[in-house]
Design a protein. Structure first.
Length: 486
């Protein structure tokens, strides 16, 4: 038996232009500049900078197209040129206005060219007298050192790779012998296979004192107990006083667990954050500006405008001219849309950040994170009558320069919890208080998560132990046992 059903489905699809606008909104300042540069390169009908009246070009379609020898008259009723021609001779769509920062104080940091970390180590190898086989092995080992300064591979794997890729057939004992030479290179600890070996290498290269000798014994013979901070077991094992243990641990704490990171010339990429907004306090009031690099001067090309005029004024319109004007129309459409999209982007960014600034006014006036109000995306979306996804695009990828440093906007958002008086408070406020309590604890007897939950409850924040553990992990704070000091 067949049954028929009538089903209505309401769906909303974004147009390609809307999708492109959303992508533009999501771009931070530097990425936006790259996108703008790309559009200027790809669309000759779009021009940047101030309009120069001296650069007026005389576009004459009759002269340019006669060379094609295609003078057949065609129907041109479907091409309405007037709608593309403005009353102004050159339509100016500049997007500058007064609420953008001038960026006069922006400076470009120069980066000095340097030797790579690998080459730096190889240069040191050149001072050692090595056989041809030893040099091949040593250079291969140096090439296996990661950014932190470690060789995180088994010697058996290195031996196989030497045979397959370098035609060097050797033994693990020989590789171990050459590795000892690599361990003599600077920075101290480079080429270690694990943290224990890295710390041991550094300690063995220090001037011998009773403290360093005890530190060496702790690392070489009781590393597991040291990392787990079982201090009582260390006191018993080495039959020492708490003062001696404390002095030895101080020696260890001053070592570098990542020797590769100490080399200034390793040429790692440094991310340079460009704030998209700036908030200043002037006469006790907040003032918001949008980075001026988000407001470029753009206009439609004078040359393309004149081409359309030439086509309109031409009496005999050839097929080649019609093809050309269709191309021109497409480029003008794209240019006008892009200019309008940038205007909408600027307005969306400014309106969204302005709403966030006023919502968190108390924080921006004081800089105290405990003054951050609970705020979710929907709060701002409702305030400015925009979609939550639009607010998310602004918040997730943009930075704001404040009197208290450059901040990622999404960090101002947090969920709410109830305190013991039933008031909504920000989870960031609780995290800040939790951080303060842990900083002030007795490090000889650090507080457990259960003890922290009790303290927070006394302060008016009734949250469970597992929630305290979650917030502690989010703050990247270790458990009580690993915070213990003697």
């Amino acid at each position: 038996m067949l049954k028929q059903y009538l089903q209505f489905k309401l769906s909303q699809k974004l147009s390609p232009q809307q999708i492109q606008l959303m992508k533009l909104i999501q771009l931070p300042t530097q990425a936006f500049e790259q996108r703008l540069k790309q559009e200027l390169e790809e669309n000759p009908a779009l021009e940047g900078g101030k309009e120069d009246s001296q650069n007026e070009l005389d576009a004459d379609f009759d002269n340019s197209t006669d060379e094609l020898n295609d003078n057949d008259s065609i129907d041109t009723d479907d091409i309405n040129v007037d709608e593309y021609l403005s009353d102004d001779e050159i339509p100016d769509y500049r997007t500058q206005s007064n609420n953008y920062s001038s960026d006069d104080e922006e400076k470009t940091m120069p980066y000095a060219a340097g030797t790579s970390f690998t080459q730096y180590l190889i240069n040191q190898l050149n001072t050692y007298r090595l056989s041809e086989e030893e040099r091949d092995i040593a250079e291969f080992l140096v090439g296996s050192v990661d950014e932190s300064g470690y060789i995180r591979r088994e010697l058996s794997d290195i031996m196989d790779d030497l045979a397959f890729t370098q035609n060097v057939y050797t033994t693990e004992d020989t590789i171990e012998k050459v590795l000892k030479i690599v361990h003599q290179l600077d920075p101290a600890g480079v080429g270690a296979r694990n943290l224990q070996e890295c710390l041991s290498i550094q300690l063995h290269r220090k001037t011998k004192t009773k403290d360093t000798e005890l530190a060496i014994n702790i690392i070489d013979k009781a590393f597991d107990q040291f990392t787990k901070k079982h201090y009582k077991k260390l006191l018993q094992k080495f039959d020492i006083s708490e003062l001696k243990l404390k002095q030895a641990i101080s020696e260890i704490e001053h070592l570098n667990p990542k020797p590769g990171g100490s080399y200034a010339g390793n040429n790692r990429i440094i991310e340079h954050v460009v704030p998209d907004f700036a908030i200043k306090i002037i006469d006790g009031e907040l003032e918001l500006t949008l980075n001026g690099r988000n407001a470029p001067e753009l206009h439609v090309s004078r040359e393309y405008n004149n081409m359309l005029k030439g086509y309109k004024d031409s009496k005999d319109k050839s097929k080649s001219q019609k093809d050309a004007v269709i191309f021109i129309k497409q480029k003008l459409d794209a240019a006008k849309w892009f200019i309008e999209a940038i205007k909408q982007r600027q307005q969306t960014l400014f309106v969204t950040m302005s709403a966030i600034m006023h919502y968190q006014k108390e924080y921006f006036l004081t800089g105290d994170e405990r003054n951050l109000k609970p705020m979710i995306l929907k709060d701002i979306a409702d305030e400015i009558s925009m979609d939550v996804s639009t607010v998310s695009r602004v918040a997730n990828s943009k930075y704001v320069d404040t009197p208290y440093g450059t901040k990622l906007i999404k960090d101002f958002f947090s969920e709410s919890m109830k305190n013991d008086q039933g008031e909504d408070i920000s989870t960031r406020e609780i995290k800040k208080i939790l951080e303060t309590v842990i900083e002030e604890e007795d490090k000889k007897k650090p507080l457990t998560d259960e003890a922290l939950a009790s303290i927070l409850k006394e302060k008016g924040y009734p949250i469970a132990r597992r929630t305290v553990a979650k917030y502690r992990e989010q703050l990247d704070i270790p458990v009580a046992r690993l915070r213990k000091k003697i």
